[in-house]
Design a protein around this ligand. Structure first.
Ligand code: CTP
Ligand code: MG
Length: 227
């Protein structure tokens, strides 16, 4: 039950407003993307990491991979304009036909236990994503007017990693490219070729570092885990 993982890291971190890629910000003195890579580096089931990066970060990323003695990064791929482009560029370099994970480099708190549950499910069904049930009451709003209150129990906040059979994900990406469709996650590309996607319950700590206040949440999670 092994897998490979694509880590899209080629964004610019505009909403974080740090003046550089947010993945280079440090938590306890270690860059965010190194924290994320370490999870996979230390998981024996992970057979390889493909990192998608922005050309302007290449020198610094290469330096940091060496500094932290990362061994499993098989390939550094140049990303594209959208997250989807960055992943597609990486996906085209993947060999074999096992399970491929896609995981945002900006989510350093993913736990091995959840990765394994996800991989096991994807092995069985071909496609699986991780998420958590919505905690708040959810409403559909248009111009500050409530259109409806959506039944909460059926709503989940979806995260990464997302896991797929390599051939299935490639097929979904090829189709999206053909149709010039851009989705907000990988699953949406698979959904639109009518393939059923399984959902695995993860945890609320698996946040994506997106805006400056997320750094406070990150500090709190680090403390809770004694990191
Ligand atoms: N990403 C990528 N290629 C892009 C855009 C995003 O590889 N063209 C990556 C980011 O580096 C991040 C993940 O996809 O690890 C999730 O994206 P997001 O949180 O939106 O990060 P950024 O795009 O960097 O942030 P922003 O949208 O605020 O600029
Ligand atoms: Mg973005």
């Amino acid at each position: 039950m092994t897998y490979q993982v694509i880590l899209p890291a080629a964004g610019q971190g505009k909403r974080m407003g740090a003046g550089k890629n947010k993945l280079l910000l440090e938590l306890n003195g270690i860059p965010v993307f190194i924290h994320t890579i370490k999870v996979f580096e230390e998981d024996d089931l992970c057979k390889g990491i493909i990192l998608s990066i922005h050309p302007q970060d290449e020198v610094e990323f290469r330096f940091l991979l060496k500094k932290y003695k990362v061994k499993k990064v098989l390939d550094l791929v140049l990303g594209g304009k959208e997250r989807q482009d960055s992943i597609y560029n990486a996906l085209k370099t993947v060999k074999g036909d096992g399970i491929i994970l896609v995981h945002d480099a900006a989510r350093p708190f993913i736990l091995k236990e959840h990765i394994h549950r996800l991989v096991a499910t994807a092995q069985e069904t071909g496609a699986a994503i991780i998420g958590v049930p919505a905690k708040d009451t959810m409403k559909k709003v248009s111009n500050l007017v409530v259109e409806e209150t959506v039944e909460r129990s059926s709503l989940w906040a979806v995260q990464t990693p997302q896991a797929f059979r390599i051939s299935l994900l490639l097929q979904a990406y090829d189709q999206a490219e053909k149709d010039q469709y851009v989705g907000t996650d990988d699953s949406s590309l698979v959904e639109r070729i009518s393939y059923p996607v399984s959902v695995v319950e993860g945890d609320y700590d698996n946040i994506k570092l997106t805006t400056p206040e997320d750094l406070f949440f990150a500090e709190a999670i680090m403390k809770k885990r004694n990191l």
